[in-house]
Design a binder for this molecule. Structure first.
Ligand code: NAD
Length: 499
């Protein structure tokens, strides 16, 4: 069984809409985490020795099992996060797509390949390969409890590592169920183990000297603590943190499509999305029309826990105070609520809030709100939009809507973020081949794609001398040989390059 249960102490995961207990889970202490890491070490050796083809087969079978259990997983996500069942299904589909891509592409991306040695080492056969690290600790958030951790779990396993997963204390059941699915398909060794508990359980994982890398997803504040713990053992870390993403709307954009996407980006999952739209910058000519369309659509949205609800409750109760504070601060500083207002916070739900005229220094513009609220800003042109979009310590993702392909691409490049989506919201997240990650306080390192696979490996360089040539790294080298090489180098590299 890959879910350690030694602890006597337990905690409850609650349905945030009803307050009902979904399940009780053990609080894993340092000893339980250490035991899981030890089991993982053994599993990692077995898993690594299995080789590419056998690992691929097993991971594809786990994917198959997850696909067949999609509704059970989605129901659990629905219960633990409160998000609509269909959103939970969509999230699980995305996790399946990523596991599939990682399993199918690991050998191609990481397997041994020959590298051209260059003239100076022409007698060497060069091999580059990417070897697994060993045991990877994955610490996950609650807002996308299967999609987000799978970006690390699936890629780390496909690269040949074993994983110890600490899910968020708000969504432990999702992690436990995922480990059960792995156990059933891969009974030989626990290549994925889930350890449940609060922050201290995550801290035990991060501070272990026997973990080879930590993949952390969560707030920038916790990431700093995790990094400090990792520093003690020089454990490398990939950090996927929060964001304050912007959507830019050009004067010639399709405004219906832009309003639809911006609204989904801001309000779906009750705004609890790391790559969610939190600020919209609209070029002057399009501003009034766009705002009209956005507010019209926003008014129709209703939070709830029933099948017709657009989005669910705020999963983490403490976030409600932050959302309330941001709305209040925006209004106090002269902002205008064109949809909803301070009264929209009806715990555990928050009704849609659209704010305009909010000053750039207000917390609703500067800090991650993580609620179904949005600030809309009028800008004179795209340059001002990019400038304001980039005025944040975060830099996770972004969106640009424009009728002009090359202008959109130029803006996408200039937005300070790891990912930008043109004329759609967050399309990159569904493309398993693309890397996912941020800059600044949004974190560093990448999950997903070839970069995401390499993140959980170390490059290994091997050379094999095929025949002897002139040897310059010997005490027996001659003046004549050195002179010949110097002449050659001058001929090859010493010339002047012309345009
Ligand atoms: P959080 O930082 O509160 O917790 C994240 C995880 O860290 C949890 O499992 C928690 O138990 C654990 N933890 C807490 N203290 C710890 C410690 N001292 N040592 C080790 N682990 C510890 O974040 P959250 O509220 O669960 O998630 C929301 C945040 O995650 C938001 O900021 C959101 O933007 C971000 N997020 C980012 C991405 C991304 O891919 N960049 C994806 C989803 C969520």
């Amino acid at each position: 069984m890959s879910v350690a249960t030694e602890s006597a102490e337990t905690f409850a995961s609650l349905n945030p809409a009803t307050g009902e207990v979904v399940a009780e889970h053990p609080v894993q202490d340092g000893a339980a985490v250490a035991a899981a890491i030890e089991r993982a070490r053994e599993a990692a050796e077995w898993w690594r020795a299995l080789g590419w083809k056998e690992r691929r087969l097993r991971l594809l079978n786990v994917k198959g099992s997850l696909a067949r259990n999609l509704n059970r997983m989605a129901e659990l996500i629905h219960q633990e996060t409160g998000k609509p069942v269909q959103d939970a299904q969509l999230e699980t589909i995305m996790a399946i797509t990523h596991l599939d891509w990682a399993a199918r592409n690991a050998q191609k991306v990481l397997g041994p390949r020959s590298v051209y040695p260059g003239l100076m080492a022409v007698n060497q056969k060069c091999v580059l390969e990417y070897q697994p690290l060993g045991v990877v600790g994955v610490i996950g958030p609650w807002n996308y409890p299967i999609f987000t951790p799978m970006g690390s779990i699936g890629y780390a396993l496909a690269a040949g590592n074993a994983v110890v997963f600490k899910p968020s204390e708000f969504t432990p059941g999702v992690g436990v169920f995922l480990a059960e699915l792995f156990d059933a398909v891969i009974p030989e060794h626990p290549v994925l183990q889930t350890v449940t508990g609060l922050g201290a359980t995550g801290a035990a994982l991060a501070s272990s000297p026997h973990v080879d890398k930590i993949a952390f997803t969560g707030s920038a504040r916790t990431a700093k603590r995790v990094m400090a713990a990792c520093a003690e053992n020089l454990t490398p870390i990939v950090a996927e943190c929060g964001g304050k993403d912007a959507c830019i709307v050009d004067s010639d954009a399709d405004l219906d499509a832009a309003a639809d996407a911006a609204l989904w980006g801001a309000m779906s999952n009750a705004g609890q999305t790391c790559i969610g739209v939190e600020r919209i910058y609209v070029v002057d000519e399009a501003y009034d029309k766009f705002l009209g369309k956005l507010t019209e659509k926003a008014k129709d949205l209703r939070p709830g826990f029933d099948r017709e609800a657009a989005y669910g409750p705020i999963t983490m109760p403490s976030q409600l105070d932050i959302i309330e504070r941001h709305i209040k601060d925006a209004l106090d500083k002269g902002g205008k609520a064109v949809v909803g207002g301070a009264e929209s916070v009806r715990k555990p739900y928050v009704e849609p809030v659209v704010l305009t005229n909010v000053p750039d220094d207000s917390s609703a513009v500067c800090e991650e709100t993580f609620g179904p609220t949005i600030t809309v800003h009028r800008v004179k042109d795209l340059d001002e939009a990019v400038d304001k979009a980039n005025r944040t310590s975060y830099g996770l993702a972004g969106t640009i809507f424009s009728g002009d392909k090359s202008r959109a691409l130029d803006v996408a490049r200039r937005m300070r973020s790891g990912m930008t989506s043109i004329n759609a919201f967050a399309a990159f997240a569904q493309v398993a081949a693309l890397p996912f990650g941020g800059v600044g306080e949004s974190g560093f390192g990448r999950i997903h794609g070839a970069d995401g696979l390499r993140e959980f490996t170390r490059p290994k360089a091997i050379t094999r001398q095929r025949f002897a040539t002139m040897n310059l790294t010997t005490f027996a080298r001659t003046e004549k040989e050195m002179a010949r090489v110097l002449g050659l180098i001058n001929m090859i590299h010493g010339r002047r390059y012309k345009r």
